[in-house]
Write a protein that binds this ligand. Structure first.
Ligand SMILES: C[S@@+](CC[C@H](N)C(=O)[O-])C[C@H]1O[C@@H](n2cnc3c(N)ncnc32)[C@H](O)[C@@H]1O
Length: 250
């Protein structure tokens, strides 16, 4: 009986502690951006470990069925997620693991940003791997494109190119890429265009991965388009614990 009372007290204390935040969140209704962030945080915290009802979810070990466990490398400065970085440590580790396991010789990245993922690709691939990474021209962005990779020993594996992904001529890499990472603009029309190009870039037997597949409205362009693709690509699947979706063997 005492333990039931204690459990109830604990529950009550927890709810009371959360209440001000919930009320604050509800008042955000007058501020659309803050409301979206609030909802995103709740759903984002909840969803990523759960099975995605639309794409399905599996751990990266189940997806790649790898039995080789080489050391992975994650290096670089720490960037605060709200200002500089766009992904978490598990996602970085999974990208590194995919590279170690599949040993891609040519990687194409849509969206270099500060080059965090570019560097992870470079650190975890064989010495002769090339990584082509596309972003808008520096002048169109508020950050230094690729600053995490610039000046590092890994930089010699990387070709940084500038342009708008919707109009860029990718033909020299068509059918040649072992891994394509789609992580540029997340608006629906851009995701559709980048995904079409990713399918042209990937070689038969290669792999496409998308970042920011979420179950919330926050990154709705990625979520919406990948859900549209699922009926045609049954192997398209969400990687557990992340916002990454992967397609291989298609
Ligand atoms: C989410 S960030 C990429 C993050 C990076 N892959 C990483 O994880 O470190 C998206 C990047 O895409 C770029 N971008 C947005 N629209 C683009 C477009 N139409 N063409 C090329 N790059 C674009 C932005 O400038 C931004 O740097």
């Amino acid at each position: 009986m005492i333990s039931k009372i204690n459990a109830f007290k604990h529950l009550l204390t927890t709810y009371m502690a959360a209440l001000p935040k919930v009320v604050e969140g509800m008042f955000n209704i007058f501020n659309p951006v803050a409301t979206q962030r609030f909802v995103h945080n709740i759903l984002g915290a909840d969803d990523l470990q759960k099975n995605c009802p639309r794409l399905g979810t599996a751990s990266i070990l189940e997806i790649l069925k790898s039995s080789s466990f080489e050391d992975i490398e994650i290096m670089g400065k720490y960037y605060d997620g709200r200002t500089g970085g766009t992904h978490n440590m598990l996602e970085d580790a999974i990208l590194a693991f995919v590279c170690k396991t599949t040993k891609p010789k040519l990687i194409f990245e849509f969206g270099t940003f500060i080059g965090q993922t570019t560097r992870i690709f470079a650190l975890n691939t064989p010495p002769n791997t090339k990584i082509v990474t596309l972003d808008l021209a520096d002048i169109q962005t508020q950050h230094v494109i690729g600053k995490s990779i610039l000046g590092t020993p890994e930089q010699n594996k990387v070709l940084m190119i500038s342009g708008n992904s919707t109009s860029y001529d990718f033909s020299q890499w068509h059918g040649k890429c072992d891994l394509v990472w789609v992580d540029a603009c997340h608006d629906y029309d851009y995701v559709v265009s980048d995904t079409k190009n990713a399918f042209k870039l990937v070689r038969p037997g290669g792999c496409i991965m998308w970042h920011d597949y979420r179950h919330t409205a926050w990154w709705s362009g990625v979520t919406r388009h990948l859900r549209e693709l699922k009926p045609s690509y049954p192997n398209l699947i969400h990687i557990r614990g992340t916002t990454i979706a992967i397609l291989q063997n298609f």
